[in-house]
Design a protein around this ligand. Structure first.
Ligand code: ZN
Ligand code: ZN
Length: 283
């Protein structure tokens, strides 16, 4: 397993700088978020076995600040972590995510009243990639990163600001619609949501099938934009979003087109519009 290549793929899909270090003796690879240095950060330890890949989130010795910041995340963020874990579980992965000793699946908001004292996270996935693409290793590793990123202020990717502009540029709509559009674009700008959506749906555009990987090769590294499908008028307020049913990968062009209208055009409508397009050149 090429640890550097995996670190580049992870950095690409989460748009965060992630480094790797392999121990040839144990076969364990350690992934870390660059800039969050020991002993105040965390690492994801990955053990690729013959039949399965195991991964474990390991907090550094002095990760009190990290736990404090996680404790400041709203309850809704923890529900989102559970939702993202279900998305990866639909790919066959299994996770155990414990906060203060309780699994996130049954976590109640009162259990976070005293903040976060302990947070442990392990995952495993039966190996499926027969080639050296390591998509299984990547999936379980990025899931663990996503869980913790979801709870930290670095979940929103400022590079995707342009998508937020598209949604909020419509001043003619009522203020209610505005707040909904901000809400929906916030989900689209979430690194963790984006990674989960791409893991489940792939990185080709759902409307035109454009693949950044095929067209830009290594430059793209699984890049695609992610669009929020749920009619935003039905979203009462912040709530977890399901990457499997509510998020869809779109290329930059189709995403722009989707947001030309409010509420956005559906992928179906965009695909139909493309089918009826006039030929480029008439001889
Ligand atoms: Zn497209
Ligand atoms: Zn969108």
């Amino acid at each position: 397993m090429d640890a550097d290549k995996l670190a580049r793929a992870l950095s690409g899909v989460l748009s965060l700088p992630i480094t790797s270090k392999s121990d040839a003796r144990t076969g364990i690879t350690e992934f870390r978020l660059q800039g969050m240095s020991r002993p105040h950060g965390f690492s994801v330890m990955v053990t690729p076995l013959l039949s399965r890949v195991k991964a474990e989130l390991r907090l550094d010795r002095l990760a009190a600040d990290l736990l404090r910041v996680m404790g400041e995340a709203g309850y809704e963020k923890w529900l989102q972590v559970a939702q993202i874990s279900r998305a990866y579980e639909s790919l066959g992965a299994k996770f155990q995510i414990l906060v203060n000793g309780t699994t996130v699946e049954v976590l109640g908001s009162q259990e976070l009243d005293e903040g976060v004292q302990t947070f442990t996270c392990t995952g495993s996935l039966i190996r499926t990639s027969v080639d050296d693409s390591n998509t299984d290793v990547l999936a379980v590793t990025e899931a663990l990163f996503s869980f913790i990123i979801c709870l930290l202020p670095l979940d929103l990717d400022p590079d995707l600001e342009s998508t937020a502009e598209i949604g909020s540029v419509d001043f003619s709509f009522a203020s209610e619609g505005q707040s909904h559009s901000v809400l929906s674009t916030r989900y689209e700008r979430s690194r963790a949501n984006r990674a989960a959506a791409i893991a489940v749906h792939g990185s080709s555009c759902a409307v035109c099938q454009f693949s950044f990987d095929e067209n830009y090769g290594d430059l793209a590294r699984g890049y695609v934009e992610v669009h929020h499908l749920t009619p935003v008028s039905s979203m009462g307020g912040p709530r977890p979003v399901d990457p499997v049913t509510e998020l869809v990968p779109l290329c930059a062009n189709c995403h722009r087109m989707a947001h030309r209208r409010w509420p956005p055009y559906t992928p179906q409508e965009l695909a139909e519009a493309r089918e009826h397009r006039a030929p480029l050149w008439k001889s």
